[in-house]
Design a protein around this ligand. Sequence first.
Ligand code: AMP
Ligand code: ZN
Ligand code: FE
Ligand code: FE
Length: 272
Amino acid sequence: MLVDLHTHSTFSDGRYTPSQLVKMAAEAGIGILGITDHDSVNGIEEALNAAAAAAGAPVIAKGVELGTQVGESSVHILGYNIDIHNKNLLDKIEEMRHAREKRLHRMLDKIGALGYHITVEQCDPKNRAVGRPHVAKALVKKGYFSSVEEAFDLLLKRGKPGYEPQPKLSPEESVELLHGAGGLAVLAHPAEIENLPLVNTLLSTIPFDGIEVYHPSADEKMQQCFLQMAEKYKLLVSGGSDFHGVEGRFPEQLGIFKVYAEKVNIIQKMLK
Ligand code: AMP
Ligand code: ZN
Ligand code: FE
Ligand code: FE
């Protein structure tokens, strides 16, 4: 059986609605689908409803991906089987969303002064964790750049003139929040941290439940390295495609990055 425990919907920066993801997952033979929007659990209910209504639909893993920061490194943490009504979690997410909306205004002012004129509406922040990907898309749509990548490379990434930092949670705080909501906390795509000593420090000092070993960012050698870490720190093994449905970003289709159920023992805890 195939699973995919890491996907993004229109409730963060994904292209497809939760219902569309459920349909595509069913067509791709995915038995368990994790909906893991950035700093949002608002897409879960739609996914659960869509899955309940369709024969052959995947089981939905109720997830979230919290963006945290350690120094210059961005550290993403996946939560699974969370209570999507947990007050602390929802309050914190709401606080982050407000911070993101304020940051969007600052970012638009900044790039406006540089001659790039984008409105808040064009970034479509409604009901989601709005960020640089939305600004990049709006910039491409208006013809300022030929691709999202180019908008990041020339304007939006750290060190470029349109960069505006986003206040983030700490990993400790995030893991605590997820545990408080009854969930499992998984270190997302450790290869993207590009700092193995930091990965070791995080895993040895913070009570993570799992590590995302299988992810497009990790080649076979890195997967082996992360499997060893899973063993060393007694962590569950997880995996997902990080599907956004965005052109030019692998995987462009759901199901082409394959995660096999027997390789990700976290599902045993999920299905309990
Ligand atoms: P934000 O949290 O708003 O600062 O945006 C972070 C998100 O932007 C990440 O989760 C990525 O999805 C996306 N991102 C970061 N760097 C790039 C890049 N160079 N090209 C395309 N997308 C990027
Ligand atoms: Zn994303
Ligand atoms: Fe991520
Ligand atoms: Fe992601």
